[in-house]
Design a protein around this ligand. Structure first.
Ligand SMILES: Cc1cc2nc3c(=O)[nH]c(=O)nc-3n(C[C@H](O)[C@H](O)[C@H](O)COP(=O)(O)OP(=O)(O)OC[C@H]3O[C@@H](n4cnc5c(N)ncnc54)[C@H](O)[C@@H]3O)c2cc1C
Length: 454
């Protein structure tokens, strides 16, 4: 047997869930160790949120430059190379990974490089090192789904797409969810002819129907096939997909194939043998305190198979560490988790969707981006905000499709979480001219008081 070590808390996986738990545990005075089989920062930092947003920021700047004359600026020649975007992404990611490593080491957290497996309920093995811990947090994340139908050489998922050095001339994206739509935004603006294939009736099916419809109408360069299923996939050397859709069977060809059909939890080896309870989707089942069915073992983040967002993973980590350190009152509340999509315009929402509920007496207000002074100074006119209140005027749901929607949603989330009345939401002064006024106007419209609504 190799070296043995003991910890109060040991964490497997140093993504947003894992490293947050490690830092918080150390701050609470626990002796903490963490194992990471790849790079600190996990999917989010290395192959997810940060790479995607780094590309999108460049793409948006390019669009601005192409639009320069509308801002009264003589147009300049603007072009983009994927290799340069990739280099920029690598620089940004490298800095963030170093930052996380530094925070862990400064907090006295022992970082174990290597893949961790369970040898017993409280025993972890990394190569020839054995760890015993009073509490364990599993934060091993998720990986892209890759059905065998698509196992073709050169097929891409989000794990590989950020390594591309040359933009393809054409791309088929299978899956029109959040990741698929962000990829469509990136690659259509890089000049690829993009087709999105979505099995459901509409893309972005987790957002309001109006949002899906507006986005599709704005992305004129992208071809969308909805209610469509891939029946066969091959390569000759182009990718060739046979797609069944309501109009019949069609053959599509493209230089590149990108699968964005969802992610599956990544369980550490040895865990299933211990009899841990799993959800129907194969994630680790947890209660509100992030406890699994094994005593003293917690799970946070994508490995639970639900709410696959980095900010949910880190919030779950806070709850798990609170429970471990004696605060059992703190539990997860998923009812006010905002969603964000970094398309153009950006999309964000928070609160319960009306689906299936009695909506009698619900009050709705909307305001278009086109009528907002600040948006006009930005040469932006597409999008809207919608605020839905219950019959008593309490904010239930906010949907924003607008520039900076992903920032504005934080303010709306606080209001929905605090169950503010629409009049309370309107009490503070909203600075002018700002995009925040979009929310003010939509809230005033709930009360029939918006004087600026066209
Ligand atoms: C393209 C894309 C864009 C995204 N954009 C956003 C966004 O804008 N906003 C947002 O909130 N979320 C976004 N996400 C989702 C976000 O990346 C995930 O929800 C988040 O990374 C989950 O964090 P986690 O800590 O649960 O897991 P991960 O970040 O996946 O980290 C898990 C870590 O565990 C390690 N690991 C796994 N098994 C072992 C083992 N046995 N031993 C040791 N280490 C192990 C892995 O190497 C990994 O580093 C995006 C995802 C993708 C793919």
């Amino acid at each position: 047997m190799g070296a043995e070590k003991a910890y109060d808390l040991f964490i497997i996986g140093a993504g947003p869930g894992g490293y947050t738990a490690a830092l918080l545990g150390a701050r609470k005075g626990l002796r903490v160790g963490i194992a990471e089989g790849s790079d600190c920062g996990g999917t989010c930092t290395n192959r997810g949120c940060i790479p995607a947003k780094s590309y999108i920021e460049s793409i948006n700047l390019l669009a601005h430059m192409k639009n320069a004359s509308r801002f009264g600026i003589d147009p300049v020649a603007a072009s983009v190379s994927l290799e340069n975007l990739q280099r920029r992404k690598t620089r940004i990611v490298g800095r963030l990974v170093k930052g996380i490593e530094h925070l862990l080491s400064r907090s006295g957290v022992d970082l174990f490089r290597g893949s961790a497996r369970f040898e017993g309920e409280k025993t972890i093995r990394i190569d020839d090192r054995f760890i015993h811990a009073s509490s364990i947090i599993i934060a091993t994340g998720s990986r892209p789904k890759r059905p065998t139908l698509f196992e073709l050489p050169g097929m891409l998922t989000s794990d590989e797409v950020f390594d591309l050095r040359q933009a393809p001339g054409s791309m088929i994206i299978v899956g029109g969810g959040v990741i698929g739509m962000e990829m469509a935004h990136i690659f259509s603006n890089l000049g690829a002819e993009v087709t999105v294939i979505e099995a459901l009736e509409r893309v972005l099916s987790t957002e309001d129907e109006e949002v899906s419809k507006s986005l599709v109408s704005l992305y004129r360069k992208v071809r969308f096939m909805t209610s469509a299923r891939v029946a066969a996939a091959g390569k000759d050397p182009e990718f060739v997909l046979t797609v069944d859709n309501p109009a019949g069977r069609e053959t599509l060809r493209a230089a590149s194939l990108l699968l964005c059909i969802g992610r599956e939890p990544s369980l550490p080896a040895g865990l299933v043998h211990l009899g841990i309870a799993l959800t129907p989707s194969g994630g680790i089942q947890t209660d509100g305190s992030m406890c699994t069915s094994l005593p003293g073992v917690y799970a946070v983040g994508d490995v639970t198979g639900e709410h696959m967002y980095a900010y949910v993973a880190s919030r779950e980590a806070e709850v798990a560490v609170a429970h471990i350190t004696g605060d059992a009152a703190r539990t997860m509340d998923y009812s006010v988790v905002p969603s964000v999509v970094f398309t153009h315009p950006e999309i964000a929402s928070v609160g319960r969707k009306p689906g299936g509920r009695d909506t009698t007496g619900m009050r709705k207000g909307t305001f278009p981006v086109s009528a907002l002074g600040r948006a006009r100074t930005m040469e932006e006119s597409e999008g809207f905000a919608t605020i839905t209140c219950d019959p008593d005027g309490i904010l239930e749901r906010v949907t924003i499709m607008a520039p900076h929607a992903t920032e504005l949603i934080a303010w709306a989330t606080l209001a929905v979480e605090r169950r503010l009345h629409v009049e309370e939401f309107l009490r503070p002064s909203y600075p002018h001219p700002t995009m925040a006024e979009l929310l003010k106007e939509a809230a005033e419209d709930v009360l029939g008081l918006s004087i600026n609504k066209p």
